[in-house]
Design a protein. Sequence first.
Length: 367
Amino acid sequence: MEGPSWLLGFRVCAWRVVSLDAVTMAALEGDVRTAHPGAAIVTSCQRLEVYGFEPCECGAPVRLEGLAALERLAGVAAGLDSVVIGEAQIAGQVRAAFRGTRGPLRAAADVALAAARDARRAFPKRSHAGHLLDRALATAQAQPGGRLLVLGTGAMGRLIAARGRELGFEVLLAGRRDPEIGVPFLPLANVSGLGPVDVLAGCLGSGAGAVRLEALPPARLAIDLGTPRNFTGEPAGMVIRLADLLADESRRPHAVALRSRLAQAVRAAVDRRLARVTEDSQHPIGRFRLALERVRQAALAAALAEQPTADRDALDRTLRSAVNRQFHDLTEQLRRERAYDRALRLAAALESHITPAGAEPPAAAVR
């Protein structure tokens, strides 16, 4: 398919890091950063992935280029590879990894994040990372209820605590600082003085270090959601780790089918977004959309001239929304059918309303 000039050189090197210990994780991340200066590095509880354009000699088990690399990034941002399929929190981690990037690297991230957003919007399942608690309980064949102690007050800890309350647990949240989310809180230093709990969930950040289970309240189920691993030592009961949850997901036909559907949605969304990026003012569809925008701007100027006290931003949003609703299906049809001659005729008709007498409309090269 057509694509921007940067697409062929875009590449990813990826490692699966689920449930690595702290020493191994730190060593790998150090080596990766040294080998890929200037690249964007996406880290999460399951993956360490490097996106950029420079060739390398690293030993990554997954290496992709071009469209495959872009689809990989969009899939990660859409939650395709997450334990909780389609969860939205990973998109924030991807955005953070590309924050401050410019040029082609920024352009690739913009396309991938927009495609991920499109794919999630079309996907019927709505979940967040707090549903890891549901998956862990199902994997352990345990019923919700009783006392849940959550270690960590970051985004993951807060989501697990909130989901625990929804499931009927008596939730305690432990960390360095009270997030004030309406859940009983105690400092991490005071956790050892608690009595037994039914479920213990580790949601500590990567810099927290591992905690020995013998130093924590005994639990019939410990859920380790950290990378590096939160827990070491001998458990009082069953321990479920992220690797266990991923393995369980791969055995569930319904989950496999959902991932396949989301993967198809991601690929289709990437194709659509790439088409839009490729459609500059020299492209027939790009010229058509540019002519539409000029007509919209002229309508906005005329409306403001008639109503000088009107809210310009509100009027601008209203007109933009109306144009998008009116012409979205037509634009998609032109793309799908590659109806470039028709796009040029439509563009010329629109330009005739906004081009001053004697001026030449912009030329367009049919691709």
